[in-house]
Design a protein. Structure first.
Length: 445
């Protein structure tokens, strides 16, 4: 058994009494009241999910196991000659809540390398898709196909004790995460590189190997590490994380739950924002004749955009009340490596202009840039110019947090998720705008 698995077992055994006591002694304690607006409006803001993997602080941004993003990037071990931490180190942190040392990370790098080989049938599933197919649909189907490999499904069928559910979920999770870079880059080669695949290097960490298979030189390995880390988790309530939690609550395996997560992430209201920001930026550049405008010219363009009833994509966030720290990590990288890129010059100028304009407009609760305002621009700079593939990159990163959450969901024996629904008639009665339907209750006689 690996050191990580032993550490995780100790964490689980220490944590279970906390969850048990909350259920048995405080299960009726009221957390929050639900309004009709929340019930109709997508359950926004209702406090009814539990995860210890991450928390979205309105003022500090995402916290991974209590650590802010700047702390994560500072404390996690980094490969030699790299600026960004090992992706494997983040996974260790999300699972255990502890910052790993270098040897613990290297052990996990080796563990991922041993599990990275993709079954032949997965390549065949991908190859079966016709050209010009949506990469996210291909990605989802390839992950879904691997359900036949699930240790959890086999153990459950054999009658495993429920207290050990987390163990085969752990094995499935590591097996799947190790294979996602190969799946993604094979899809990329099929769709955009005439099928010319670059074979992976087992001696490289996840970030470096992904860059290698994409055919990108340094510092794209750091771009990959940065991208996967900042997108790894975002609490449980967003569509992708909640979808995985919901499907997993039925005791579906990691592959089934992650495939479902990918489908949710593919929706335009969730995972497509970064490519929409980039598309909007390129449209702005075209309207400006390809020239870098003055700040006053760009300010006027922003005002014209708002007055026309449109939004400035990449600014604002449902929870955050400051600039997204995920944006700032990318901005600092871009100032070092993309300073002369014309698109980044627009991004840099918008960073200084848009928040002031939105404050003057007095409509946005959070006028600051979010993670999507920058991520597509960086990919474009390094030659990944296919918009539709950006969400696949997002999906690899998000899977890291999904796996950590699913393992802990099974470790703490979280039950099947089953909220209760009401009818519109019931809501109208609760609101006092409709009399109780006596005819329906008493009958027509």
């Amino acid at each position: 058994m690996s050191n990580l698995k032993n550490t995780l077992r100790e964490k689980i055994e220490a944590w279970r009494p906390r969850t048990k006591m909350l259920l048995e002694e405080y299960g009726n304690t009221v957390i929050d009241k639900v309004t009709i607006g929340q019930a109709i409006g997508g359950m926004r803001g209702i406090k009814c999910l539990v995860t210890d993997i991450s928390y979205l602080d309105p003022n500090e941004g995402i916290r991974y196991r209590g650590y802010t993003l700047p702390e994560v990037f500072k404390l996690l071990p980094k490969p030699k000659n790299a600026e960004m931490p090992y992706v494997e180190g983040l996974f260790y942190l999300l699972l255990t809540g502890e910052i790993p040392n270098e040897q613990e990370v290297l052990d996990l790098v080796d563990e991922f390398s041993k599990r990275r080989i993709l079954p032949r049938y997965v390549y065949e599933v991908i190859d079966a898709w016709p050209c010009c197919s949506p990469p996210m649909a291909m990605f989802s189907s390839a992950i879904l196909a691997m359900s036949r490999e699930s240790f959890f499904a086999k153990k459950y069928k054999a009658g495993i004790n429920k207290n050990e559910y987390w163990d085969p979920m752990y094995e499935d999770g590591l097996n799947m995460l190790a294979k996602l870079p190969e799946i993604a880059t094979y899809i990329y080669a099929k769709l955009y590189r005439e099928g010319k695949r670059i074979v992976g290097n087992p001696n490289l960490d996840v970030g470096a190997n992904f860059a290698h298979m994409m055919g990108k030189a340094k510092p794209y390995d750091d771009v990959t590490r940065m991208h996967f880390i900042i997108h790894a988790d975002h609490e449980s309530g967003n569509v992708s994380a909640h979808t995985a939690h919901l499907v997993g609550s039925s005791l579906s395996d990691v592959y089934l739950a992650t495939s479902a997560m990918i489908n949710g992430l593919a929706g335009p209201l969730h995972g497509l924002a970064n490519q929409e920001v980039l598309r909007w930026l390129q449209e702005v550049m075209e309207r400006m004749g390809g020239e870098i405008p003055t700040e006053e010219e760009l300010r006027q363009f922003v005002w014209d955009t708002l007055h026309s009833g449109q939004i400035v994509p990449g600014f604002g966030h449902a929870v955050l009340r400051k600039t997204d720290p995920r944006y700032m990590v990318q901005r600092e990288f871009s100032l070092k490596y993309l300073a002369d890129d014309p698109i980044f010059k627009y991004v840099d100028m918008l960073y200084r202009i848009v928040p002031q304009v939105l404050i003057e407009q007095n409509k946005a609760k959070n006028p600051w840039p979010n993670v999507d305002a920058q991520s597509g621009v960086i990919q474009w700079h390094y030659g990944v110019t296919e918009y539709d593939f950006y969400t696949v990159l997002f999906g690899i990163g998000r899977s890291i947090g999904i796996v950590a959450n699913l393992i802990w969901d099974r470790a703490l024996l979280y039950p099947l998720e089953r909220p209760k629904s009401l009818t519109t008639d019931m809501l109208e009665e609760i609101a006092g705008i409709k009399e109780k339907n006596l005819t329906h209750e008493l009958g027509d006689d």
